[in-house]
Design a binder for this molecule. Structure first.
Ligand SMILES: [Zn+2]
Length: 174
């Protein structure tokens, strides 16, 4: 994933493995967004607070996938191979929208805990592209969408070395 080079403050700078805590309604927002944007990838931000034990999500903010507007997306961040890469297998968050969401979150005392995106007709596993564009300590939720129906939801976090996206536990509460 790519956010135009903007790196927000990580949620838990010096803590070990944490679980991502979501409630049922928040899971539903992600699934619905993923199904709605099919066959394109959807994307969004997860806001909340890390409390030392877990990253507690308090808000899901769906964002536009700029790749659904290829001309504009190419201006921000050109794809290596537009014949193979598109809004169906890539997403790009509008840096201005990203900045605005972060600013509003901070004003309400919340942090960016991570990001979610969908994999239309592909498993909920990070691609090489996802790994290359991930930042340390953020949670990356991936939801697979098969034929328009949201299926498996997984979560990933970079390892210590920043080389591999490792599974992160998702706790559904409430
Ligand atoms: Zn992906």
């Amino acid at each position: 994933m790519t956010l135009g080079g903007l790196a927000p403050k990580p949620p838990n700078p010096d803590k070990g493995p944490m679980a991502l805590e979501l409630n049922h309604a928040q899971m539903e927002v992600i699934r619905r967004h993923a199904a709605q944007d099919y066959p394109f990838e959807c994307c969004g931000v997860m806001l909340g607070k890390a409390n030392g034990v877990g990253k507690v999500v308090s808000e899901i903010v769906p964002l536009k996938n700029l790749r659904q507007d290829p001309a504009r997306a190419q201006e921000w961040l050109p794809l290596d191979d537009p014949t193979r890469e598109s809004g169906r297998n890539r997403f790009l968050i509008d840096p201005l929208e990203q900045l605005q969401v972060e600013k509003e979150a901070r004003a309400r005392g919340q942090d960016v805990l991570g990001y979610y995106h969908s994999h239309p007709d592909h498993p909920a596993r990070p691609s090489i592209y996802d790994r290359e564009h991930a930042w340390p300590r953020f949670s990356y939720v991936i939801v697979s969408v098969e034929q328009g129906i949201a299926r498996e939801l997984t979560c990933w976090v970079l390892d210590e070395k920043g080389e591999t996206l490792c599974p992160e536990q998702v706790e559904v509460v409430g």
